[in-house]
Design a protein around this ligand. Structure first.
Ligand code: GDG
Length: 473
């Protein structure tokens, strides 16, 4: 059986809500179609928190041609695993924000226990020929738990976030247990070469690992393949949707032909650099007064993880800055910043991208950033807008013809915005042409197929499986 004909089992913290009007998470957007193609199973947390979750069997449903299986979590599990270790400790650490990381031992223990619960519920649903593809930092220990229960399927892991420099990763309390758990996977996938190289350096420095041939590496009696799979979008479908939507005419209020739009679209997360971006826009209006009344920033910022205080703080910061800029520069006719703190449907989003002269994507750190790719795909090929992109987004490794900026440098961003707003059409066209070719080649299907192919190429080490089974007995 080839890797392509095997059934795919995707495991992630949450499964996509196929009934939802629109998806706002990168993972959900990326995987929906990929999974349907293999008639696979998507397994994850239902999002429900119930007192009797430990006694409730997994819920298995058939939705749009694929099987979706979910379990509930107890309040203590949701707090320790999801809000605690995953989102208070791992998320900031992986994005270089050790200053925000709150790592406590009880949460850490719950995090590992939830992977064990996932493994218990998943085992009856997988066959030995299935490819199990685990997503993201919530579930790093899952392969170890599955192997301990005798699972002989190929198991791969893809990290959607950055893998930080080894010094940062080594500072996470309990990091060795995470590092060792990653080594149990047959394949560990990263968004960029820089993430993969950070992982290799971490394994060498902290786990006494050594490189083998190609992408293979060994440490602590385990071997894995650490490779790069930059996630993409369905670029052609996105372009077609944008073309169809553009025939409906402008969606933003008409302020006159010479008024340009800058678009930002981000979950309201502190990694996305929204306060810095707003300050850069303010600086643009300050330093280049010719843009006053001639440019508007439309920022879509749907809420995320609002239960955590740090997310309430970032929202307050953003809203204070929006108010300040609008109060300082706006007049009765022109409001410089349009800020929307809820999700908008996909068709509206696509029209906004198409209408905007500048796509402003300035995360302080990001695994990839799909918004950057969506903005490129939505542009009119003969008269495209300009992408201004953070050097610290994974996407910058591929999208070199964007105007790359340091998101911590407000003045540099303001100057890049001025350059983007005044860039001649010929240069816009040349840059966009190259960017389009790259996102069209390295699209979503390419990402999925390359990852699945890598399962087939990675040798599952029979000794490793045998010893794990003995360990479980
Ligand atoms: C993680 C990593 C990595 C957002 N608002 C609306 C909306 N969205 C859609 C966007 C885009 C997706 O959500 C966001 O994807 P990103 O890649 O920008 O960011 P994360 O959510 O942080 O995703 C990231 C990604 O996983 C994939 O691996 O790139 O680095 O952090 O598709 O369009 N969609 C709609 N309305 C909204 O208001 N319809």
């Amino acid at each position: 059986m080839t890797a392509k004909t095997r059934r795919l089992v995707v495991v992630s913290n949450r499964v996509a809500d196929f009934g939802a009007k629109f998806q706002t998470g990168g993972l959900a957007v990326a995987l929906g179609d990929a999974l349907k193609a293999s008639q696979g199973v998507w397994f994850g947390w239902s999002g429900d928190v119930t007192d009797d979750a430990l006694r409730t069997p997994p819920k298995v449903e058939s939705i749009s041609g694929l099987t979706v299986a979910t379990i509930d979590l107890t309040p203590q599990e949701a707090e320790g695993y999801y809000y605690g270790y995953a989102n208070r400790c791992l998320w900031p650490s992986l994005h270089y924000r050790l200053d925000l990381a709150q790592c406590n031992e009880e949460h850490n223990e719950t995090y590992f226990n939830v992977s064990a619960r996932f493994a218990d519920a998943l085992m009856p649903l997988v066959g030995s020929d299935d490819l199990i593809w685990v997503h993201d930092y919530h579930l790093i220990p899952l392969a170890e738990e599955l192997r301990g229960r005798g699972c002989t399927s190929r198991i791969g892991f893809f990290l959607h976030t950055p893998f930080p420099s080894p010094e940062i990763f080594a500072a996470i309390p309990g990091q060795k247990r995470l590092g060792n758990a990653l080594m149990v996977y047959d394949v560990v996938g990263f968004q960029t070469c820089s993430d993969r190289d950070n992982f290799r350096r971490y394994v060498a420095a902290s786990l006494d690992g050594e490189p083998l041939h190609g992408d293979r590496m060994a440490a602590q009696g385990e071997t894995t393949t650490a490779s790069v799979f930059p996630i993409g979008i369905d670029a052609t479908a996105f372009r077609k949707l944008a073309e169809a939507e553009s025939s409906k005419g402008p969606i933003l209020p008409d302020l006159g032909e010479d008024v340009k739009t800058i678009i930002g679209v981000d979950r309201l997360d502190y990694t996305k650099g929204l306060p810095e971006r707003l300050r850069a826009f303010e600086q643009l209006l300050e330093e280049f007064p010719e843009h006053r009344g001639k440019v508007r920033l439309v920022q879509i910022a749907p809420p995320t993880r609002e239960i955590l205080p740090v997310y309430q703080e970032i929202r307050e910061d953003v809203e204070r800055l929006v108010g300040r800029i609008n109060g300082r520069f706006g007049d009765l006719r022109w409001t410089p910043v349009t800020y929307i703190h809820h999700g908008v449907p996909q068709d509206i989003l696509t029209r906004l991208y198409r209408e905007a002269a500048v796509g402003l994507v300035t995360p302080l750190r990001d695994g990839m950033n799909l918004v950057a790719k969506e903005y490129i795909a939505a542009q009119a090929p003969q008269d495209p807008g300009v992408l201004v992109l953070s050097r610290f987004a994974g996407a910058a490794e591929q999208l070199r013809e964007a105007l790359l900026i340091n998101p911590h440098d407000i003045n540099e961003m303001a100057r890049a915005l001025d350059r983007a707003l005044t860039m001649p059409r010929q240069e816009r066209w040349a840059r966009h042409n190259r960017l389009w070719q790259r996102i069209e080649t390295y699209d979503l299907a390419n990402w999925r197929d390359s990852f699945i192919q890598s399962f087939a190429e990675s040798d599952t080490d029979p000794v490793k499986l045998f010893s794990k089974k003995l360990g479980a007995a």
